[in-house]
Design a protein around this ligand. Structure first.
Ligand code: FES
Length: 120
């Protein structure tokens, strides 16, 4: 059996890991990679995002993926999380649109409203 001290330490470590995964300390982009997302071109969108970030030497943005979220008709889609701002969901993306999101939203902090999911 673990001591109370050990349990507290484990809890603190788990908390830190969760915060890192949530990207609480910076910008995070989540790409929908369910089967329909992949079929609609999510891999190319992910590649375009990573490429654009790398080209611009941006290393403090977390890019991750999620599975099926039940939004088939909007795939490929991404969620953008920036500290202190509400989540923004971009839908029906192409790799070119994804690159533009990196430039306008991630770098210049301008949400591209016309690509945001309706009623979000
Ligand atoms: S199968 Fe399309 S969002 Fe899950």
């Amino acid at each position: 059996m673990k001591s109370l001290e050990e349990l507290k330490r484990i809890r603190e470590e788990a908390k830190k890991l969760t915060q890192i995964r949530k990207g609480d300390h910076g910008t995070k982009i989540v790409v929908g990679m369910g089967t329909c997302g992949i079929a609609a071109g999510a891999r190319q969108v992910m590649t375009a995002i990573l490429d654009e970030l790398q080209k611009r030497n941006i290393t403090d943005v977390i890019v991750t993926q999620t599975g099926c979220i039940g939004f088939c008709k909007y795939e490929p889609l991404i969620d953008v999380y920036k500290p202190g701002q509400p989540k923004v969901t971009y839908v029906n993306l192409t790799p070119e649109m994804a690159r533009e999101i990196v430039v306008k939203h991630i770098i210049n902090n301008q949400v591209i409203e016309k690509w945001v999911v309706p009623n979000s």
